[in-house]
Write a protein that binds this ligand. Structure first.
Ligand code: FPP
Length: 276
């Protein structure tokens, strides 16, 4: 948990501070997840190759993460590379994304340490190139003791394959003991890549698409969704804070009733049900 001493509001930009001032710090989401989309379009609008957009997108990752760290956001999870990206994008683009990831990890380790950020990853990372895996391990180990924001990169990640992996783990465990009827939601949670993490309170998607793209399917059951037209390379800490401000206006009901509903009939026995 963040202590007040860990917050670095004074390090926010003037524009960020202005939005932060409108927030209720006690109602900060615990976990924000982001589908970072629009790198290719951003580059296209500038008559540049897609690679240029990805490069700019990687800088955005670091800036947004540092804003999250300054305001004391405990968990930030970014969809950096999906299983589908890996299978369906041209080899040259996949290779570039892998090199970019490696360079990002090398180039930002010191900044992560300076900002007390802990890096973790989820996904079938064992299928990533060996040198990327090695760099990931190195940065994860180097930042493991940090107590600020946990930045989780979803890499070679797919929500359905995460569930397959979880059920495989659960099936292996079940062979030794209990029967299927005794499986609980907690058992499934324990076998997800995100075991031990809270579910996201807020899911942000950049560049306007209204879909989930196979991201954290189990975990987002009650997550608030915020979609912005802004392309990922144009997204900044200010926009993260604006999304949080929007989230704080929402009323989360988890399938229950709003507090404003008032009195509810206690006895419904006498109410005639009309069949259509
Ligand atoms: C979508 O843009 C973005 C991705 C393929 C994943 C996000 C990747 C980055 C932000 C860069 C690298 C990240 C790290 C952590 C170093 P798109 O190509 O689908 O955009 P488009 O829909 O406009 O074509």
């Amino acid at each position: 948990m963040f202590t007040a001493a860990q917050l670095r509001i004074e390090d926010l930009s003037a524009e960020e501070r202005a939005v932060y001032a409108t927030l209720k710090p006690e109602r900060l989401p615990q976990h924000v997840a982001i589908i970072m989309d629009g790198n290719g379009r951003w580059a296209g609008h500038r008559s540049q190759k897609r690679f240029f957009g990805h490069q700019q997108g990687a800088s955005t990752v670091q800036l947004v993460t540092e804003t999250a760290a300054r305001i004391g956001l405990p968990w930030l999870t970014l969809y950096a590379f999906s299983l589908e990206n890996n299978l369906r994008r041209p080899r040259a683009e996949v290779d570039f994304l892998m090199r970019l990831l490696k360079t990002y990890l090398e180039g930002n380790l010191q900044r992560m340490l300076d900002n007390n950020i802990r890096l973790r990853s989820i996904g079938r990372t064992h299928e990533l190139p060996g040198d990327v895996q090695e760099k990931l391990r190195l940065v994860e180990q180097a930042t493991a003791g940090n107590t600020g924001t946990t930045l989780t990169l979803a890499l070679n990640y797919g929500g359905r394959s995460e569930l397959v992996d979880a059920f495989r783990g659960l099936a292996a465990e079940m062979k030794q003991q209990q029967s299927a009827e005794r499986i609980t939601e907690e058992d499934i949670h324990r076998h997800l890549y995100t075991a031990g993490m809270p579910d996201p309170d807020l899911l942000i998607r950049s560049s306007g698409e209204m879909r989930l793209s196979n991201f954290l399917l189990w975990q987002i059951a009650y997550t608030e969704i915020y979609v912005t037209e802004r392309l990922w390379p144009d997204f900044t800490g200010v926009h993260l804070l604006e999304a949080i401000a929007d989230y704080q206006q929402r009323e989360r009901r988890y399938g229950g009733l709003s507090d404003s509903v008032g009195e509810v009939e206690e006895d419904t026995e006498q109410i005639k049900i009309i069949a259509n």
